[in-house]
Structures are given as C-alpha cells and as structure tokens.
Design a protein around this ligand. Structure first.
Ligand code: SF4
Length: 509
C-alpha cells in the first residue's frame, strides 16, 4: 500500500526543524571541518536527540575518535550484503565516491543509490523531497524487501529529516538512518546503527501480527542468535558446540536477509560475539532475550561461554558439564598441538581483538599489548578480566599513536594490526599481519580456531630471517624523501625569498 507523505505537514514543521546553512558554507562541512563544528551545526539543525542517542550508544574516550575509514562504510556494507535490499546514500559527492569505491573494492557487486544535492536543494528542503522521490521510485516490491537511506555528515549536520520518510511503500520497508562521522566513532559501530534500526523495525512488525518464517523453517531446537560478522565457518562450529546443550545456532546479525531478523528476535538467547552492538542489544532486550557476552574461543573461553549460554537458556547443570567434558579436551589438544612462541602486539577495529588475544595467550604467545578501536562494553568484560589477570594491557578506543607506541615499546616478534601499523613494523624488519584481512578472515571458535590461528601466526613468525635479509640487502638505500630512483640523495631546497611589493597592494592597479 502506498503511504503518501503529507507535504503540508512537512512544510509546517520546517520552521522548527531548520536546515542549517552552516553545513554548506565554504566547501561545506566534512571530516576536515572538525567534529565540534559538525556537531554544533547538527545541533542547530534540531538533531540533538539523534546525537545524544549516538553518544550514549557509542561513547568516546579516552581518545576521542580512533583513526578509521569513514564510519558510514559499516552501515553501507551491512545494507549491501543483504538480499533484496537497496541502499541509498545522501551526502557530499566526495564522500559518496570514497564509500562506493571502498564497497566495490570489497566486492559489493551491487549498485549504490545516490541523491546528489547542492546549496539550493539543501537550503530549500528540496533535497529531502528528492530523497523521498528516489525512495518512491525505487520501492518495487518484486525487487526489494527494504530500502536503506543513509544520511552522511552534511545532510545530518543540516538536519535533513529522514524520520519523515514514509515507513513503508507497497510493502517495501524504508529505513532512514543518520550515520555522521562526528557521532559514530568507528565503521564497526556504524554496522550496529543499521542492524539496530532494522531489528527495531522487525520487532514492531512481529508485535503487530504474523511475520515470515526463516527460509529453512524454524529450528526444532531453541536457537541462539549470533551478534557480529564472523568467518562463515564460525557459526557452523558454534552450532556444533551448542548441540550437546540441546540448542542450535540461530541467525547471525547483521543478517543477510530481512526475514532472518524475525528468527533472530525469536531466539532463546543472543550471543554478543562482537561486543559493540549496543543498539541491537537494546532491541533484543526489549524483545525479552537474554544477551551473553564473550565467545567460545580457546579452552577457558569455551568453558565459560557454554556455562553462560546454558544459564541463559535454562539448560541443566549436568548437561552443561557433560558438554564441557565432551568438547574441551579436543580444544586443549588443538592448542597443545599448535603452540605459538613469541611476543606479539595486537590491534584492530573489528571488535574481536580481545578474543584473538585470548586465543594467542592460550596458545603460549606473550601478548604484550591489545589495542581496539571499539569501546569497553559489558559484553567483553569477561575477556578484559581474563586478559588483565594474565598481565595483558588493553587499550580501548586506541589511536594509531597508541598502537605504534606499543610497537616501539614492546619490540614484538610479530605485530598484528591495522595497515599503517603493519607498514611501520615491516619497515622496522618485524613480521606483521593485517588484522582485518588475515586474522578476522579465518575461524576463531572452538578447536578449529586454535589450529587455524596458530598456522598463520607461526608462518609469519618464521619470516623474521627474510626480513633481516631484506634489511641487509637494502642497507644504505634512502628512505622517506630520499627514497626513489635518483642517482644522488635529494637535498631540501632553501625556501624561496618573497620580495615585498614596491607599493602597498591596495594601491596597485
Ligand atoms: S561522510 Fe564520511 S567521508 Fe564524508 S565527511 Fe563524514 S566522515 Fe568524512
């Protein structure tokens, strides 16, 4: 059914929800304008409630905002990975260029909608009407279950009111979200902004009547929904760990299809494998679902997680104990069979950094530092306690400077980190692994995780002699400004002298 937007009502609201001209002054506000300028502009445009909610969900500090790619990428990626879902961006062309480039680099294979704007369409409110028109034109029920519209920095700072979009057009849901870089610290948390908005929508639908069953039918056993994007084998491994408890692995949130949202909300419990899904957790708790933190990594992690899940799902203690007795020896065996020897610093922005650190420690590695761009939350608290009891320092909302300082202080045998950390480590002749592509793209859970992580870490540690050989070979070759193909080492030129004009500038013709 088409839902017509009341334009008269919209116009009547405009004086109370002014479009903020500050957002389009000069070359427009963007990341370069600074968080405070953007925040002030958004507040002036009536977005205080949205900003306050984002601040509560994604607290910053001690470092204000970790260096990261544009946070909106997280929301964009979640939308692009869902079947029958269209994603439309509303923002500056340069931001949209960067975001679409990155999404296709990561294999999106899906078009991204874009509603361009200029000063005039922003100021007059025509941008909102253009977005609304684009949503109506795109809402084809034969093609889509949902359309996601993402306000980037400038439209958020200008107060473009996506909440006034129709909620549904011919059965196609319309989800409008604000994902400003000055309100959402990391792209990891931006995934939660969209996942939370979708869960809220699906929960309301489920409360108002029957909804679609999961594609493969409902599980016969009570299911545990899994929160956080993980390696595809991990939900299968987790299913194997849940089976002796009489439970099954439920949908993974963010989901790949709209109907899976209902399955997730219907779960007996939720496992917050990644600990930063604050808005999603709020929806699960509103649906009455208990949420369990940490994950089944390594021996201790799996033992504790099975007990916590058993407790949340009312599984008998004897059943939990029997499952632990059956599963834990294999994990202990896998850890013993693939030991890791060496000092490691670890940092990333995926949210699984503490889990990986636990597995490394149980494998025998000396983990000297863990930095995560994500905040401290209740769902990773048991991991923090476990690591700190073993002397591992943890830095939440870690900046690049924190990670590099740790690298220089601890002089690890292996640095696991973000691209600039890996680059710096390799320059220093230290083996390094990129967390996102090489660590979080492999299984972590159960016995499979123990063996798999050790293989790649040990292979990297064994590379040290190659780095030493390369450093010896290139010894004496220029670095920094002196690197390149030059025959002689380039010298810095003296700054050119600026001659004062003979006449004052105001008098010149
Ligand atoms: S949308 Fe992203 S790239 Fe654009 S100004 Fe905001 S943070 Fe920067």
């Amino acid at each position: 059914m088409a839902v017509a937007l009341d334009i008269a009502d919209l116009r009547a609201r405009r004086p109370a929800e002014p479009v903020n001209l500050a957002a389009i002054q000069g070359d427009g506000l963007g990341c370069h304008a600074g968080r405070d300028a953007m925040r002030a502009a958004a507040e002036a445009a009536g977005m205080s409630r949205t900003l306050e909610q984002l601040k509560q969900d994604y607290p910053t500090g001690p470092h204000d905002q970790p260096q990261s790619m544009c946070p909106a990428f997280g929301s964009l990626r979640v939308g692009l990975r869902m079947r029958r879902t269209m994603t439309i961006l509303s923002g500056s062309a340069c931001c949209v260029y960067g975001l679409t480039f990155t999404s296709h680099f990561y294999g999106a294979r899906r078009s991204v909608g874009y509603v361009p704007f200029n000063s005039e369409t922003l100021v007059t409110g025509k941008l909102f009407e253009d977005i609304r028109e684009a949503v109506h034109a795109s809402a084809r029920p034969e093609a889509y279950d949902a359309i996601v519209v993402i306000n980037l920095c400038v439209p958020t700072a200008s107060g473009v009111p996506l909440r006034l979009l129709p909620k549904e057009i011919d059965g196609v849901r319309v989800i409008g979200i604000d994902v400003p870089g000055f309100g959402v610290p990391t792209h990891a948390e931006a995934k939660d902004v969209l996942a939370g908005a979708m869960l809220a929508f699906a929960r309301r639908e489920a409360e108002h009547g029957p909804v679609q069953a999961p594609r493969g039918g409902r599980s016969e056993r009570p299911a545990v929904a899994l929160l956080g994007e993980m390696f595809p084998a991990d939900p299968v491994v987790i299913g194997g760990l849940l089976e002796p408890l009489g439970l099954a692995a439920g949908p993974v949130v963010p989901t790949r299809e709209w109907r899976e949202l209902y399955g997730a909300l219907d779960a007996a419990a939720v496992a917050a494998i990644h600990p930063f899904y604050t808005a999603s957790v709020r929806e699960f708790e509103a649906a009455g679902r208990p949420v369990v933190g940490s994950a089944p990594v390594g021996h201790d992690g799996t033992a504790d997680w099975l007990a916590a899940i058993g407790n949340a799902c009312d599984v008998k203690r004897e059943t939990v104990a029997a499952a632990q007795n059956r599963l834990l020896p294999a994990i202990r065996g896998a850890l013993a069979a693939a030991p890791i020897r060496g000092r490691i610093t670890l940092s990333g922005y995926e949210g699984s950094e503490l889990l990986v650190a636990r597995l490394l420690v149980e494998s025998g590695a000396e983990v000297a530092y863990v930095g995560t761009a994500c905040p401290r939350t209740p769902w990773s608290e048991s991991d923090r306690v476990w690591l700190e009891e073993r002397g591992v320092p943890i830095r939440y909302r870690a900046s690049l400077e924190d990670d590099l300082a740790a690298f220089h202080e601890y002089r690890p045998d292996l640095a696991i980190g973000t691209t600039p950390v890996v680059q710096r480590a390799k320059e220093a002749g230290t083996p390094a692994l990129y967390f996102t592509n090489l660590i979080s793209a492999r299984p972590l859970m159960g016995a499979a995780g123990a063996g798999s992580l050790a293989r790649i870490v040990n292979a990297a540690l064994a590379n040290r002699p190659r780095f030493d050989a390369m450093r010896a070979f290139f010894e004496g070759v220029g670095t920094g400004h002196a690197s390149g193909i030059w025959q002689e080492v380039p010298r810095a030129k003296a700054a050119p002298k600026v001659q004062a004009p003979e006449k004052p500038i105001g008098e010149m013709a």
